[in-house]
Ligand binder design. Structure first.
Ligand code: F6P
Length: 325
């Protein structure tokens, strides 16, 4: 390996910038050339790349988003798009790529490197959804959860002042990881998750019991992947059944993806970026670097994509119900 590229793809996640910084500086330390690709796979197709040096990544540890920009790129899914990308990579003399992103990004990386195995690829799990096998935590999950907590704490103030019931939708695609942890942290009265079915009658009964127990407000966190029909529909079904509470709905949306990365995500991004370059130097490819039991672990991209069961910790689910009575 003599020259590597780095790109961010899919939804941005806080911690991507610390990771880019680590990739660039680890590469330069090891006497590799390093190229930044703008806008993910789209930049590979458009030849939108630039040489990076140690100063290209100065003062970015604290920045949310990604200095390389990102995109969800449909043309990269086509044979023609991949070929154009390959030709641009070869013309630049690049022989390894670090791709930072989620499952869509890894699917593209795997297909590309199966077709063109002379280009080594190394994945870094960067998504707020925390939905990849092979890393207990993905980049951005911690910051996004903290952002959600901050927002829900504020909603609790006004809910309490007005004796209201709030339904709050949080991100996570098919994963309830953010919802569960935010729910525990904010003392949500109920947490609706894609990983388990929700009985609306039970939800109504438990909200009524809360009122009976003199709760002045209630918060129901609904993961966006929950299958009970959407947050507005849920609120309508509960309205009228739970007396005394005025019911409101809040969708937190993209504010959850922005913001300065937490200490955890800065350190995780640095560790994973450092490990990704070292793995490429060691001759690895078609793998993802992750963190398991506080140790760096390599998982094949294939496994990272297929082994995930969307399983949340049973003890956390049970505990959240008991602690919110
Ligand atoms: O994968 C990250 C994520 O924020 C999901 O939680 C959410 O479902 C999705 O991206 C939103 O995507 P977009 O920003 O393209 O609307």
């Amino acid at each position: 390996i003599t020259k590597i590229a780095v790109l961010t793809s899919g939804g941005d996640a806080p911690g991507m910038n610390p990771c880019i910084r680590a990739v660039v500086r680890t590469a330069i330390y090891n006497k590799l050339e390093v190229v930044g690709i703008r806008q993910g796979y789209q930049g590979l197709i458009d030849n939108n790349m630039y040489e990076m040096n140690t100063r290209s990544v100065s003062n970015i540890l604290n920045l949310g988003g990604t200095i390389l920009k990102t995109a969800r790129c449909l043309p990269f899914r086509t044979d023609e798009g991949m070929e154009t990308a390959y030709n641009n990579i070869k013309a630049q003399g690049i022989d390894g790529i670090v791709v930072i992103g989620g499952d869509g990004t890894f699917t593209g990386a795997l297909r590309f490197s199966q077709r063109f195995p002379d280009i080594a690829v190394m994945g870094v799990p960067g998504t707020i959804d925390n939905d990849l096998y092979g890393s207990t935590y993905t980049l951005g999950f911690d910051t996004a959860t903290n952002t959600v907590i901050e927002a829900i704490d504020k909603i609790r103030d006004t809910a309490d002042a007005h004796d209201r019931l709030f339904f709050i939708e949080v991100m996570g695609r098919d994963s309830g990881a953010i919802a569960l942890r935010a729910g525990i942290s904010c003392g949500a009265e109920a947490i609706l998750l894609p990983e388990r079915a929700t009985a609306i009658d039970d939800l109504i009964e438990s909200l009524k019991a809360g009122q009976f127990n003199k709760k002045s407000s209630s918060i129901v966190i609904v993961a966006e992947g929950d299958k009970s029909g959407g947050v507005y529909d849920l609120a309508e079904r509960v309205r009228g059944q739970v007396k005394f509470y005025d019911i409101k709905v809040t969708i937190l949306g993209h504010l959850q993806r922005g913001g300065s990365p937490s200490a955890f995500d800065r350190i995780l991004g640095s560790r994973l970026g450092f490990a990704a370059v070292n793995a490429l130097i060691a001759g690895k490819s078609q793998m993802m670097v992750g963190l398991e039991a506080n140790h760096i672990k390599l998982t094949t991209l294939e496994e990272a994509l297929t082994q995930h069961q969307f399983k949340l910790e049973d003890d956390l689910m049970q505990m959240s119900e008991i602690l919110s009575i």
